[in-house]
Design a protein around this ligand. Structure first.
Ligand SMILES: NC(=O)c1ccc[n+]([C@@H]2O[C@H](COP(=O)([O-])OP(=O)(O)OC[C@H]3O[C@@H](n4cnc5c(N)ncnc54)[C@H](OP(=O)(O)O)[C@@H]3O)[C@@H](O)[C@H]2O)c1
Length: 258
């Protein structure tokens, strides 16, 4: 099977590297000749990656097309192509609805939305899929944890949660910086904080959905350090800012897909 990527940006590179480096992928991948340095480097690094001159040629040669241009570019890019009825069209574009994709990719009807995350390069992270599709899940399960829903409104919840990345990195770097401002060598501080966040994240994936809600409570000994820290943060509105921030992103995604 041949997969063609329309758009050779950051996330295309992460997926391709994930497939060849972190998984056992062995099929041909075509990339469009945009971001020329990146596409040439991918073709240089992986013998099964081939750069194709233009989008029409890429469409002609591909069994599946992964649309990986910016959301505002999707309409123009897809509309000028002659997709085939049997071709699978997988869009990564945030906020571009299935209805829009069906219109622009017609006569192709096998249209799927996917939200990968950058750690996919290392075979890690959630891959949200809508609607559920066995073929798409089989591909992305090689390099991530697939979560498929058929309802696009539910899919937007994953889109909202995908906006948590910067906040997470801010927290890790904020704690590291706080330690180094208190006199600890930055490399020592970073070694501690990255191991801490990594280990805590690892604990969460070992929990059941119910167990997840008990983890915070379980480490809040009355009068203890964790209880004091969380109480202080909650007093400052941390919990509220989390849900309100997610509500804001969800509203933005929902208005984009109206
Ligand atoms: N980055 C993420 O973590 C992430 C995660 C999930 C979903 N997404 C979605 O994935 C899509 C791509 O994101 P990205 O971060 O990879 O963006 P990006 O790095 O800006 O890549 C966009 C790519 O599209 C290419 N392009 C623009 N117009 C084109 C055209 N007419 N024909 C072919 N290629 C064209 C650009 O080429 P030039 O450089 O030559 O202009 C570039 O290679 C977006 O819709 C985004 O919502 C991204």
């Amino acid at each position: 099977m041949i997969i063609g990527f329309l758009g050779t940006g950051v996330i295309t590179e992460a997926i391709i590297r994930g497939l060849y480096d972190a998984a056992d992928y062995d099929d041909t991948i075509l990339v469009s000749k945009r971001s020329t340095t990146r596409s040439a480097k991918l073709a240089g690094d992986y013998p099964k990656v081939r750069v194709v001159e233009d989008n029409r040629q890429l469409t002609k040669e591909s069994d599946w097309i992964i649309v990986s241009v910016l959301p505002e570019q999707v309409c123009d890019v897809l509309s000028e192509l002659d997709c085939r009825p049997e071709q699978k069209i997988i869009s990564l574009a945030a906020g571009v609805s299935l209805e829009q994709l069906h219109t622009w990719a017609a006569p192709a009807t096998d249209v799927i939305r996917v939200i990968p995350m950058p750690p996919i390069e290392h075979g890690l992270g959630p891959v949200a899929i809508c609607p559920a599709d066995a073929g798409t899940e089989a591909l992305f399960e090689k390099i991530g944890t697939c979560v498929a829903v058929s309802d696009e409104a539910q899919f937007n919840l994953f889109g909202a949660a995908s906006a948590l990345m910067a906040d997470f990195f801010d927290q890790v770097s904020g704690v590291t910086q706080w330690m180094s401002e208190k006199g600890l060598q930055t490399s020592t501080a970073a070694r501690y904080t990255t191991a801490l966040y990594h280990a805590l994240a690892d604990l969460t994936v070992r929990q059941s959905a119910e167990g997840l809600h008990e983890m915070s409570e379980a480490c809040q000994t009355p009068g203890g350090l964790n209880a004091q820290f969380l109480a202080r943060r909650n007093k400052l509105g941390t919990k509220q800012s989390l849900t309100e921030g997610l509500d804001d992103i969800l509203a933005r995604l929902e208005s984009a897909t109206d």
